[in-house]
Design a protein around this ligand. Structure first.
Ligand code: SF4
Ligand code: SF4
Length: 501
């Protein structure tokens, strides 16, 4: 074994008087941290392998285990912090690009936490959501600019294809391959029960999930994995993935070790081969090219499916969205720089893109200024953490929100941020059959339904408090928001006043 340059990041604390040597921890840890020495009847730990996923802690029947951050650190240095030094050691050893997963964990401002929601008092009555109807149903797609009548004076009622959601939430793209079969099944079942949608990501649609098509968004990404006519026909909408918040400007990489027989069949690639999706779509270099793909997909599905274009939130997102709205797309999904991922280069995840709050406000305003807001619906994603984040996003201009990290947390994820290893101890970001079966899809679906149902109740309460009884009346209603602790530039981009104004 080579020199261990720094003390492990986490320590395993085992209370020896509580430990019964049952070895649950040995069996539960895919990283092989725990070991039992029969000769001496002792438990040992190789802490350098621990990723702090908390699986052993949660399952230890006598609560004998704790994982804590090690306090054995290098000498304090505000410039060269511990993580930076550890990363340099790792790269000096491997010569490779640093890989990470889940969302950007750096301490950038979280604007959701600097925005406050209004409530009715005295002059405008609040609404009691337990006694009065509250409408959380939303329709995503193009909306007509005005009412039109035919030559007989009858209202023209034919609308462009839309997605109908019982509440303004959807499960964001997570591909089969990056997450397990059971995780996908949990999402599909929950979406179907809730009357919302989940998203295939770029991994194709497993044959078992076709019955959930009415609640499925099928994605077309640069690698075109698993894309064929039946796949396009299967979904409620088609999403063209141009970019992703966690890794704007680059493609994807699913290592061959995760491409088993089932993933290989679904993606239509050889078993064991790396699934590398290129950074750009090789047929898209302009809005006109994008328009061709949008209309090819519409043509292939006889104009019955709305087309979503998903982009990462980047500096000139407002101009990009304006172009997309003119490309014929029905919906734009914007993914902020805190969005999760199964694997991304650490430097890209942590340094590229902009927060969804600013991107969303800028896009909504630009589309309004240009008089084309009704040409598209907007979906906001990239770290939506609660029902109040959703309410704030809708008041900033979103029609609905995508959630992914919150959904995998509901499935049991403990945010260890090592999905790229394929050894997810919670059975989510893995294809190892012994780990996949740890996630029971019945339990997973129930927990997701519980989470979204609870959020929907909270959304109704928040709307009622504002005296608003439909999502439609909340959308883009920035008067309902105030900033706290923000400078005038930030308030101006968000288009909201400061608290007290
Ligand atoms: S990796 Fe997870 S299961 Fe293994 S020792 Fe660390 S916390 Fe426990
Ligand atoms: S999905 Fe699994 S591997 Fe990824 S962060 Fe969550 S617990 Fe860790």
């Amino acid at each position: 074994m080579g020199v261990q340059w720094v003390y492990p990041e986490f320590e395993v604390i085992r209370n020896d008087t509580r430990c019964t040597r049952c070895q649950v921890c040995v069996r539960q840890c895919a990283n092989e941290v725990h070991r039992y020495e029969k000769e001496f009847n002792i438990m040992l730990s190789d802490e350098s392998r621990c990723v702090n996923c908390q699986r052993c802690v949660s399952l230890c029947p006598t609560r004998a285990l704790k994982i804590v951050k090690s306090n054995c650190e290098l000498r304090e240095n505000a410039n060269w912090n511990q993580d930076t030094v550890r990363e340099i050691y790792r790269q000096a050893e491997s010569g490779g690009v640093l890989l990470s997963s889940m969302g950007n964990p750096k301490p950038y401002p979280v604007y959701w936490d600097k925005i406050l929601i209004n409530a009715s008092q005295v002059t405008n009555p609040s609404i009691d959501p337990l006694r009065e109807p509250m409408e959380t149903k939303v329709f995503l797609g193009k909306k007509p600019s005005r009412l039109e009548r035919d030559e007989n004076g009858r209202l023209k009622c034919e609308l462009a294809p839309r997605i109908e959601l019982s509440m303004p939430v959807m499960f964001s793209a997570m591909s089969y391959g990056s997450i397990s079969y059971n995780a996908h099944l949990s999402l599909a079942r929950a979406a179907s029960e809730l009357g919302i949608c989940y998203n295939t990501g770029e991994g194709g649609l497993h044959q078992d999930f076709y019955p959930y098509g009415a609640n499925t968004i099928v994605q077309v990404a640069s690698g075109r994995f698993g894309v064929h006519k039946n796949y396009l026909e299967a979904g409620a909408a088609i999403e063209i993935k141009m970019g992703q918040g966690a890794k704007p400007g680059i493609g994807g990489h699913l290592p061959g070790t995760k491409v088993g027989p089932d993933v290989s069949r679904t993606r239509m690639i050889p078993e064991g081969s790396d699934a590398i999706s290129p950074a750009p779509h090789h047929d898209i270099y302009s809005i006109e090219d994008l328009r061709q793909l949008v209309y090819s997909l519409k043509e292939a599905t006889e104009y019955r499916k709305p087309v979503i274009v998903k982009v990462a939130a980047v500096h000139n997102i407002a101009a990009i969205a304006s172009g997309i709205a003119r490309s014929g797309a029905d919906i734009i999904a914007i993914d902020g720089f805190r969005g999760g991922t199964g694997a991304a280069p650490t430097r890209i995840r942590d340094s590229v893109g902009i927060p969804i709050e600013l991107a969303l406000a800028a896009v909504d305003q630009r589309l309004r200024d240009e008089g084309i807001r009704n040409h598209v619906s907007l979906i906001a994603g990239g770290s939506i953490r609660s029902s109040s984040d959703i309410v704030k996003a809708i008041a900033l201009g979103a029609d609905a929100c995508y959630i992914a990290t919150a959904a995998v947390l509901a499935l049991g994820c403990h945010l260890c941020r090592t999905c790229q290893s394929g050894k997810c101890n919670w059975g989510i970001a893995t294809q190892r059959s012994d780990l996949v079966k740890r996630l029971n899809p019945d339990t997973g679906a129930r927990r997701l339904v519980n989470l979204i149902t609870a959020w929907n109740r909270e959304i109704k309460e928040l709307m009622g408090g504002m005296g608003i009884h439909s999502i439609e009346a909340l959308r883009g209603n920035r008067l309902m928001l105030r900033g706290i602790g923000l400078n005038s530039r930030e308030l101006s981009v968000l288009g909201i006043a400061h608290a007290g104004e």
